[in-house]
Design a protein around this ligand. Structure first.
Ligand SMILES: Cc1ncc(COP(=O)(O)O)c(C=O)c1O
Length: 427
């Protein structure tokens, strides 16, 4: 079968050495082999590097963070404080409190037109755990998971941890970094168990229209063995009147084989509270609950109370935040497109842009080093101008880099000015 754009990669073939694990005093043989198959998060590494440089007195602007710069709204904080005072400090049901599950069921109905019963919903410690549970509960060695690239760094690593095989499919910039039906068709095999779809996307910001999702749904209808893991984490962060939709909503035939994942981390500025959730087939949710029951049990009781307030409470601050995100996106895209060697596509949502640095490759830094990759380019930006961004190779598509614009306009303008200056200094 022809597999245009498809790359099979089980750990090592992705170049997944394990630089994070420096065994020190413990013998290598003590560590599990699975650790050698995955790599630590590049986004967390960049954020930490920027923090370390700042602590050492360097003037660094960090554009690596994957979280809103806005604080959690007071109404949500108050609900958490109230829960603590009321003694909601004990274990809850593994898959979430009845109150939070009811709020999630209502949210899916209200915002996505999806009907889930309470036993079709699971709450996890962040959206990340929901994804991890799903993969752990379903993958056997050799099962394939289609991951459109550029992808969120954790997808292929989680697949590998669950002993599956990530199949990355390149989604080029000329299609707005979105998966094309023909490329999906070519990547599907009898072993394909999941397609992971993330819209709006981290790292590209790309979001699929209902028509685009429908076209992918037509392909999936022909392949009943393929399930859809849809990561809707950035649902509310869309601009210019873009209308968000989700696969099970636009292709109802997929409802029985879709896990619709979402969470409060991004839209409600609650990254540290660690609440995510999923809705899907009852048997899948039950299997995921079993995994969770033997690993972490319930997510924090206090955070769950806060998430009830988030989902059921006032939503007006989201539009307020989005005004800022949109203005920042527009400014960053405009400024980056003035930098020689860069080209920046304007995406539909999230708080990331994913510019190409292809035009800087082969050029020389003032120190005489040739820029050979996006990794070289981001290292150059950090060392010369103190701007921390993440190389595209970490997201499976080079030569690009990711900028998070979840920071103030002043800092973004200063960072883009520095980036432009760094590009102009290349020989
Ligand atoms: C695409 C995507 N999915 C999932 C997550 C994880 O969300 P949470 O913090 O709720 O675990 C993130 C966080 O960066 C993300 O970018």
């Amino acid at each position: 079968m022809q597999r245009d754009n498809a790359v099979r990669c089980a750990g090592g073939s992705l170049g997944l050495a394990c630089p994070a694990v420096t065994p020190g005093a413990i013998a290598m043989s003590f560590l599990a082999q699975r650790l050698g198959r995955i790599k630590p998060s590049a986004t967390i590494a960049v954020t930490q590097k920027a923090r370390d440089l700042k602590a050492a007195g360097r003037d660094v602007i960090g554009l690596g963070a994957g979280e809103p710069d806005f604080d959690t709204p007071d109404s949500i904080k108050e609900a958490a404080i109230k829960a603590i005072r009321a003694g909601d400090t004990k274990y809850t049901a593994v898959d979430g409190t009845p109150a939070l599950k009811a709020a999630i069921v209502a949210k899916f109905k209200r915002e996505n037109g999806l009907t889930y019963a309470a036993d079709q919903v699971i709450v996890g410690t962040g959206g990340k755990q929901v994804l991890y549970n799903a993969l752990m509960a379903t993958l056997n060695p050799g099962d394939e998971v289609i991951v459109p690239a550029p992808y969120w760094v954790s997808y292929p690593e989680m697949v590998v941890l669950a002993e599956g095989t990530p199949v990355t499919v390149a989604c080029p910039a000329n299609n707005g970094f979105k998966l094309r039906p023909e490329d999906l068709e070519a990547a599907i095999t009898p072993k394909t168990k999941w397609l992971i779809l993330n819209s709006p996307s981290n790292p590209s910001g790309a979001a699929y229209t209902a028509a685009e999702l429908k076209a992918l749904g037509e392909v999936l209808k022909r392949h009943p063995q393929v399930h859809v893991l849809t990561d809707d984490m950035y649902e509310h962060l869309v601009y210019d009147g873009f209308e968000f939709t989700t696969p099970a909503q636009v292709t109802p035939e997929l409802y029985e084989r879709t896990l619709t994942m979402n969470g409060v981390s991004k839209a409600y500025c609650m990254t540290g509270w660690r609440i995510g959730y999923g809705g899907g087939p009852k048997a899948l949710v039950k299997a995921m609950t079993t995994i969770q029951s033997q690993s972490t049990s319930n997510p924090s009781s206090v955070s769950q109370a806060a998430a009830v307030a988030a989902l059921n409470g006032p939503q007006d601050f989201i539009a307020e935040h989005n005004k800022h995100f949109k203005a920042r996106r527009d400014r960053v895209v405009a400024m980056l497109n003035e930098a020689p060697g860069l080209h920046c596509h304007k995406p539909e949502g999230a708080f990331y842009v994913y510019p190409s640095c292809a035009g800087t490759l082969g050029r020389k830094t003032p120190e005489g080093k040739t820029i050979e990759s996006d990794e070289d380019f981001v290292t150059y930006l950090l060392e010369r101008e103190g701007v921390a961004v993440v190389q595209g190779s970490a997201f499976g598509m080079a030569p690009y880099f990711r900028i998070s614009y979840a920071t103030s306009m002043d800092l973004l303008e200063a960072a883009c000015t520095r980036i432009k200056r760094a590009c102009e200094a290349l020989g």
